[in-house]
Design a protein around this ligand. Structure first.
Ligand code: SF4
Length: 389
């Protein structure tokens, strides 16, 4: 990037001007990572100060049986495959109760598009979970799943959301977004929920007062212009509804050879590599700079590893998600050195070590607890040493 354009972009960011599609593409073309980080950190500090949010959550996947076969997905199984599973309602409640420690505030539930589970299963499981864990917020289902529920129930998405909210739904999840541009989407997505339906369903959720996340799966066969297009669509929708509370760039993960059946389920692996850490940091930075109307940018540490997660806090991210004990979707793909267990204390130390102030939040990004300062080194050294990958 020539120095004139660099100065122009810098001036726009410091003046708080909205960046254009061309600006976004130019930022991705820059190879000055430190400069990008400085700009994104300015924006992030303006919006969120030195705070880094996290929550105490657990992930639950009710079924991995799915009618679709998205090219990048390692999680889905077909009916009859030996490790295909579907939880009975009482099993789901028992598993959720087992996770209820450390003042859990959120259960995050996403699933395959099960070909024969009836619609009534879904509100019923939410109602039972809410009854068993009344203080835990239920963040459940992607827009893709809601569109699937339309198909299996004959109800409209509005009626489905009303029924799920009545059963205890607090928020949708942000999944199913992947990359909206059809040029890429047609090669990676095998279900029928594309931008029109994804945005329709989130708009309906926002009309009902929900605050929802939005995601983007990056680092596969897309180019930077597709990422910018993705962000621009969401930014326009946010201008209209104001309902997105966080943007989450999700790093595409390679699959591994399943030791049980020798299969690699991911079908784009041969055509792509995973995003390197510098590419991830650039994606966080450009996303933060483009999104002047979404308050938070999250680095889901499970997908990036703890080192990149810490660095991302200087590249626009201000949220590290939760203390996820088991995250099947990424860990069905390769874990690439990320642990699958983090507790509140681990997250606190991760944030303090990076020089930020930890703030525990709930599903709606309301503050649960602020942690002012890190304990002294002497206090910390008296604790058993933590070793992070
Ligand atoms: S990404 Fe979701 S919809 Fe696609 S195959 Fe995997 S579980 Fe099914």
């Amino acid at each position: 990037m020539d120095s004139g354009l660099k100065r122009e972009l810098e001036a726009k960011v410091y003046a708080g001007e909205r960046l254009t599609r061309a600006d976004g593409i130019a930022l991705y073309e820059s190879d000055d990572l430190a400069w990008l980080g400085r700009l994104a950190h300015h924006k992030r500090t303006e919006m969120n100060g030195e705070r880094v949010m996290f929550n105490v959550n657990r992930h639950l996947n009710l079924t991995n049986v799915c009618s679709a076969s998205c090219a990048y997905c390692s999680f889905q199984r077909k009916p009859g495959e030996k490790d295909a599973y579907t939880m009975r309602i009482d099993e789901a409640v028992r598993k959720a109760k087992e996770m209820e420690d450390e003042q859990l505030t959120e259960l995050h539930i996403v699933n395959g598009l099960h070909p024969s589970l009836p619609w009534r299963y879904y509100p019923k499981v939410l109602r039972e979970l809410k009854g068993a864990l009344p203080n835990v917020k239920l963040k459940c289902f992607t827009a893709t799943e809601v569109q699937w529920f339309e198909k299996i129930s004959g109800r409209s998405a509005g009626e489905i959301l009303d029924e799920l909210m009545d059963a205890g739904l607090e928020s949708l999840t942000g999944g199913g977004a992947e990359i909206f541009d059809w040029e890429v989407r047609q090669h990676i997505v095998d279900h029928n929920c594309h931008w029109e339906d994804w945005s329709r369903i989130h708009r309906l959720a926002h009309e009902r007062g929900m605050k929802t996340p939005a995601t983007m799966l990056y680092g596969h066969i897309e180019e930077p212009r597709h990422r910018v297009d993705h962000v621009m669509r969401l930014r326009e929708l946010q201008d209209e509804t104001g309902g997105f509370v966080v943007f989450i760039p999700l790093r595409y993960q390679h699959d591994f050879v399943d030791s049980q059946d020798g299969k690699i389920r991911n079908r784009i692996q041969a055509r792509t590599t995973m995003a390197a850490p510098a590419e991830s940091l650039k994606t966080f930075a450009v996303s933060r700079l483009m999104f002047d109307n979404v308050p938070h940018v999250k680095c889901f540490w499970v997908m990036h590893g703890l080192s990149v997660a810490q660095l991302s806090l200087n590249f626009g991210a201000d949220d590290l998600d939760g203390s996820v004990v088991e995250y099947k979707i990424t860990h069905d793909a390769d874990s690439y050195g990320t642990p699958n267990t983090m507790h509140r204390d681990d997250l606190l130390h991760l944030i303090w070590d990076a020089g930020f102030q930890p703030v525990e939040r709930n599903t709606r990004y309301e503050v649960v607890r602020e942690y002012e300062s890190a304990p002294s080194l002497a206090e910390r050294r008296s604790e058993p040493q933590r070793v992070w990958a």
